[in-house]
Design a protein around this ligand. Sequence first.
Ligand SMILES: Cc1cc2nc3c(=O)[nH]c(=O)nc-3n(C[C@H](O)[C@H](O)[C@H](O)COP(=O)(O)O)c2cc1C
Length: 192
Amino acid sequence: MNTTSEYNSLKSICQNRKSIRCFSNQLLTDDQITAIREITQTAPYASGKKNWELLVVTDQVIIRDLAGIVRNRSRELGEQVRSDFRDMFLEYSTHFAAFKSAPALFIPVFKVQPSLSLMLEGTDDGVGRWERDNYVKSISGVTMLVQLAAASLELGSCCMTGPLLAEEEIALRIGVKRGFEIGAVIPVGYRE
Ligand SMILES: Cc1cc2nc3c(=O)[nH]c(=O)nc-3n(C[C@H](O)[C@H](O)[C@H](O)COP(=O)(O)O)c2cc1C
């Protein structure tokens, strides 16, 4: 197959991207954060509305607090898990707070804005779910671009939705605007 140098660069970035969960304490520069942001701005979006924003948390106290919030939530949920699955769940859920050593968290947030469903007469007929799915699918593209941009800068990252089991508390701690939902928590930093 004939490929271009752009294809080969992209392929190498994609192949080099692997989920990283342990980070060194080297901080990201403002330029690196801006560079990742710029790439996410190219994400496609559904319904003609770019209803998302990218929050970046670099305050280590907040990141530690978020990890604590997620660990507490996992413990709480663990108590509700059937006893024969509990140990397995508790082991698995350690991955939910595996962003704790990251120097930065990229957190794409999105807002579901009903449009077609508001124009319908009678029942919703699944349109509301379709609208919501469109925004969730759009934010997935942003999430992927954060990771590919990070990989292109030789930084490690990991897409995490486990932390969203504590979404409300996370949103409160980082001040997510009313009406916005969190798409993922993406730690980014140098591999340990
Ligand atoms: C939607 C989504 C949610 C994920 N949530 C978590 C998570 O909460 N914690 C975690 O450590 N990894 C999480 N991952 C990362 C996956 O475990 C990882 O992508 C998968 O094991 C493949 O490994 P790779 O990314 O290194 O190719 C998530 C990935 C996706 C796509």
